[in-house]
Design a protein around this ligand. Structure first.
Ligand SMILES: C[S@@+](CC[C@H](N)C(=O)[O-])C[C@H]1O[C@@H](n2cnc3c(N)ncnc32)[C@H](O)[C@@H]1O
Length: 279
């Protein structure tokens, strides 16, 4: 059934591999609790123009079962995940370099706190806090949030989804999304990037951790917890560019022996001071 959305996210421009729909595509913002997929462009002209493709596309984009499944999967493994990964940064100098650069840039632009979105047990949140940033964590999994709160009682951790953030426009100086976008189905990722763009202040930075691949289209890979996707660095960069970000730097490193045998990537981008400007 189609309904008018209660709130909408505007995604400027076209999405790669999909039809161009004038200047805007409308997505309904869903939360993990959204009872059903409700879709509908905000303007009658768009409603006529988008037609069947829009209904199909938005259904795929906003399917709340993906969030439910991801949350349940991470709830089930949270203690094991925390045990395996909470100290992992000690052995990852390249990631620490990118986090340090991110922290320095956020401090230089001084525009608000940093949200670690998909924070898991909170070790990356705590790492950047120790670098001098005001940070808090957000995660879909209530078990992860509980573990993060227990491990880091001085920091704030909230439940939430990157696809519908409970944050006002422009309040953040930076966003970390460390290997958390990997579980977002590719069609849904523009919704998350538009949310990141909305909640970041102009000049704010976003650091994405991801698994890299060579194919132009994102590839699903065999992840032990829940379906996950790897991206070619160019395709991922193009997607964040379409959401309005400009690239600052990217880092690719080879996997260690005990890691998933894909290249590990970090993509650092910035929200420009004026939309469409490189600065
Ligand atoms: C691979 S773990 C990464 C955790 C941590 N960032 C790290 O680097 O170890 C992915 C995390 O993202 C969270 N996550 C997945 N989809 C999410 C979403 N839509 N919104 C918020 N968190 C999400 C999961 O619950 C999980 O804790």
């Amino acid at each position: 059934m189609l309904e008018w959305p209660r709130s909408v996210v505007w995604v400027p421009g076209s999405l790669s591999g999909m039809p161009t729909l004038g200047s805007d595509v409308t997505f309904v913002r869903v939360t993990a609790e959204t009872p059903q997929v409700t879709v509908g462009p905000a303007h009658p002209v768009h409603r006529r123009a988008l037609g069947h493709w829009q209904r199909t596309m938005v259904s795929a984009v906003t399917d709340p079962s993906v969030l439910r499944d991801t949350r349940a999967a991470y709830d089930a493994v949270a203690p094991l995940y925390a045990e395996l990964f909470s100290n992992v940064l000690e052995a990852l100098p390249m990631e620490r370099v990118m986090l340090a650069a991110f922290a320095e840039l956020v401090q230089a632009h001084g525009a608000g706190p940093v949200a670690d979105i998909g924070c898991g047990p909170g070790h990356v949140t705590a790492h950047v806090h120790a670098l001098g940033l005001t940070t808090f964590g957000i995660d879909l999994s209530s078990e992860m949030v509980a573990l993060a709160r227990r491990a880091h009682p001085d920091l704030r951790f909230d439940e939430g989804s990157m696809t519908a953030l409970d944050l006002a426009d422009g309040v953040l100086g930076g966003i970390l999304a460390f290997y958390s976008i990997i579980h977002t189905p590719p069609q849904q990722l523009p919704v998350a990037f538009t949310e990141f763009q909305r909640v970041l202040a102009p000049g704010g930075h976003l650091l994405l951790g991801f698994f890299a691949g060579d194919d132009a289209l994102p590839q699903e890979f065999d992840h032990k917890v829940t379906p996950a996707y790897r991206w070619s660095p160019d395709s991922l960069t193009e997607l964040v560019r379409q959401a309005g970000f400009v690239e600052v730097a990217r880092m690719l490193r080879e996997p260690h022996e005990n890691e998933r045998q894909f290249q590990h990537g970090q993509l650092l981008v910035r929200k420009p001071h004026k939309p469409g400007s490189p600065r």
